[in-house]
Design a binder for this molecule. Structure first.
Ligand code: NAD
Length: 525
C-alpha cells in the first residue's frame, strides 16, 4: 500500500509512503467538505485584488516561484520520486523541466495571448462599426489532479489559471498530497497573496466536495470513470469542465521507418514513468516487412533497462506508484497470455522486490479482443501487432474508444503527416512519442473518451477566461437602416440587403447606396 487513507473525521491525516520501500515519508491533512467550502470562499474573496494586479505583477510572482523551484530542484525531484516511485532523473526531465518552461512561458506571454483581439466585421465596417474581444478571468477555478505527474500537471494548471487572473483551489491526488502541498508552499514563499491558491488534500470525497463548493469551473485530470462522475456533478451545479482523461495511444511504425530509432522511441514511450503516463505508447503497430528486426531491437533495448527504487542512482524504471495500478497491469497481461499472447520480456511482477515492481514487458501475439489492446493499462507493457498497409494501420490505430495522442514513424515526412491527419487523436506526432505535454505552447487534450477541452497554449488559456465582445458604432448620429419604420421603401432596401449586402461583396452592395441614402434622409414627422 502506498498511502493510508483513514475514515474521514476532523483532524484525520493521509499517511504517505514511498511505494518502493513502504517507508513513511510524511503526512497530509484529509480535508473535510466544510473546509473545502471555506477554502473556496477564501479564493473567491482574494480574486478581485489578484486580477487587479495585472499580468506583469502576476508574472513576477510566478517567476519568483520558478526561481525557488530551481534552487530546490534536487530536493523537489527527490520528494516526487519518493511519493511516486519514479526515478529522480525522470522527475527532473519529465516534470521539473517542462513545468519550469511552462512557468516562464505563461509568466511572460499570457498578456499577449490574452490581449484584446480585433474582429473583422465584414461590410459593417463600411458603416463605421468595429468589434473586438477581451478576456476576463472566470473567478475561482477548481483543479483536480492525478498522481502520475504530481508536480507538472497541477502546477501547470495552477500557473495558467492564476496568470489568467483567476484564483484556484487545487485538490491533488491522495497518492501525492505532499507534492501538492509543496506547490502551495513555493508560491506562498514567492509572495502569492493569501487565498489566491488554496490546496485541499484528500481523497475522492474531497474532490467531489470541491466540485460542489461554489467554484466557477473545474479543470479535471484523471481517469475516464472519475471524469464522467465529475462532469455529471458539474452539470448539477451548471459549471463547465475541462476533462483531461485516459489514453490507449497507438504508435504506427511504417515500412520506411528508421528501425533502431523507432525501437528506442517505443521503449521510452512505453516504459517512461513506468508506463504510467496518459500518453504512454500503449499499442504498437509495425509493418510486417520490418517487424522481426523492429521487435528484436525493442527486446534488446528493453533488456538494457535497469529497474530499482526511483531514489537510487542509474534507475531507468522505478516501482509502480500503487499496488492497485499494478493489479490492473497484471490482469491485462495475464488475460492476454491466457489467450495466446507471448511476453518476450517481463510478464509478471518482481516477487523479490517489496514494492509494486512490474518489469518492462514486451508482448506479441496480441489482438484487439484483449484488454491489453483495448483498455488503458497504465503500466510498463508494450504490446506489438503487425499490419500490411497504411490503410490497415490507420484502421487499427483508430479502433479505440480513446484518442489522446498517437505517433507515426517514417523517413517520409509528407507520408507521415498524411497518415497523422487520418488518425483521431488530440495530438499526432511524426517520429516522436509521449513528450508534447511538455511543450507549454502547444494545445493538449483528447478526442473521443480521452476528454473535453484543451489545456496549454492559447487554446488552454481560453478555457480559463470569459470572452467579452465589445462592439462600437463610431457613427453615433445615424440611425441604423434596419430600425423602424418598415415602410415600403424600407422593405425594398431589406430585400436588396438580403440579395447584395449578404453576399459579402462590397461591389455587389454599391448599387444599394442611393436607396440607403434615401432612407437616411427620409423625413420623420
Ligand atoms: P482518478 O480518476 O482515480 O483520480 C484523479 C483525481 O480525481 C484524484 O485527485 C482523485 O482523488 C479525484 N477524484 C476521485 N473521485 C472523485 C470524485 N467523485 N469527484 C471529484 N474528484 C474525484 O485518476 P488517477 O488514478 O489519479 O490518475 C490516472 C488517470 O489519469 C489515468 O487514466 C491517466 O490516463 C489520466 N491522466 C490523464 C492526463 C491527460 O492529460 N489527459 C494526464 C495525466 C493522467
Amino acid at each position: 500500500m502506498a498511502q493510508s487513507i483513514p475514515a474521514k473525521s476532523p483532524g484525520a491525516e493521509i499517511i504517505c509512503h514511498d511505494p518502493a520501500t513502504g517507508e513513511e515519508i510524511g503526512r497530509a491533512p484529509l480535508v473535510m467538505p466544510e473546509e473545502v467550502a471555506r477554502a473556496v470562499g477564501r479564493a473567491r474573496a482574494a480574486q478581485p485584488a489578484w486580477a487587479a494586479l495585472g499580468f506583469g505583477e502576476r508574472g513576477r510572482v510566478v517567476m519568483d516561484a520558478r526561481n525557488l523551484i530551481l534552487k530546490e530542484l534536487e530536493e523537489i525531484a527527490f520528494l516526487i520520486s519518493m511519493e511516486t516511485g519514479k526515478p529522480v532523473a525522470e522527475a527532473i526531465s519529465l516534470e521539473l523541466t517542462p513545468v519550469l518552461d511552462l512557468m516562464q512561458f505563461f509568466a511572460r506571454k499570457t498578456a499577449k495571448l490574452l490581449g484584446p483581439r480585433r474582429i473583422s466585421v465584414g461590410q459593417y465596417w463600411t458603416m463605421g462599426r468595429t468589434s473586438y474581444e477581451i478576456y476576463k478571468p472566470i473567478g475561482v477555478i477548481g483543479i483536480i489532479s492525478p498522481w502520475n505527474f504530481p508536480l507538472a500537471t497541477p502546477l501547470g494548471e495552477v500557473v495558467m489559471a492564476l496568470m489568467a487572473g483567476n484564483t484556484a483551489v487545487l485538490k491533488p491526488s491522495e497518492l501525492t498530497p505532499l507534492t501538492g502541498l509543496k506547490i502551495k508552499e513555493v508560491l506562498a514563499r514567492a509572495g502569492l497573496p493569501d487565498g489566491v491558491l488554496e490546496v485541499v488534500t484528500g481523497d475522492g470525497s474531497t474532490g467531489a466536495a470541491l466540485v460542489g463548493a461554489g467554484v466557477d469551473k473545474i479543470m479535471f485530470t484523471g481517469s475516464v470513470a472519475t471524469g464522467r462522475r465529475v462532469a455529471e456533478a458539474a452539470a448539477k451545479y451548471l459549471i463547465p469542465v475541462v476533462l483531461e482523461l485516459g489514453g490507449k495511444d497507438p504508435m504506427v511504425v511504417l515500412d520506411d521507418a528508421h528501425i533502431s530509432n523507432a525501437a528506442r522511441g517505443a521503449v521510452w514511450g512505453a516504459f517512461a514513468n513506468c508506463g504510467q503516463s496518459c500518453s504512454s505508447v500503449e499499442r504498437c503497430y509495425v509493418h510486417e516487412s520490418i517487424a522481426e528486426q523492429f521487435i528484436a531491437e525493442v527486446v534488446k533495448e528493453t533488456k538494457r533497462l535497469h529497474q530499482a527504487a526511483g531514489t537510487e542512482k542509474d534507475t531507468d524504471i522505478g516501482s509502480m506508484s500503487s499496488e492497485r495500478q499494478l493489479r490492473i497491469v497484471e490482469r491485462h497481461v495475464n488475460q492476454a497470455i491466457d489467450h495466446g499472447a507471448v511476453a518476450l520480456t517481463g510478464g509478471e511482477r518482481l516477487r523479490d522486490m517489496a514494492g509494486p515492481f512490474f518489469p518492462p514487458t514486451v508482448m506479441t501475439g496480441v489482438n484487439h479482443e484483449m484488454d491489453v489492446m483495448r483498455e488503458e493499462t497504465f503500466g510498463p507493457v508494450l504490446p506489438i501487432m503487425t499490419f500490411k498497409n497504411d490503410n490497415e494501420a490507420v484502421r487499427l490505430a483508430n479502433d479505440s474508444q480513446f484518442g489522446l495522442t498517437a505517433s507515426v514513424w517514417t523517413r517520409n515526412i509528407a507520408r507521415g503527416q498524411e497518415l497523422a491527419r487520418q488518425i483521431d487523436a488530440g495530438t499526432v506526432m511524426v517520429n516522436e512519442v509521449l513528450y508534447t505535454h511538455g511543450i507549454a505552447q502547444t494545445p493538449w487534450g483528447g478526442m473521443k473518451q480521452s476528454g473535453l477541452g484543451r489545456t496549454h497554449g492559447r487554446a488552454g488559456l481560453l478555457e480559463l477566461v470569459r470572452s467579452q465582445h465589445i462592439h462600437v458604432n463610431r457613427v453615433s448620429f445615424l440611425p441604423d437602416l434596419w430600425w423602424f419604420n418598415y415602410t415600403e421603401d424600407a422593405g425594398q432596401l431589406f430585400r436588396g440587403f438580403a440579395r447584395r449586402f449578404a453576399s459579402g461583396s462590397i461591389l455587389q452592395s454599391i448599387p444599394l447606396l442611393p436607396q440607403m441614402i434615401r432612407r437616411w434622409r427620409a423625413p420623420r414627422d
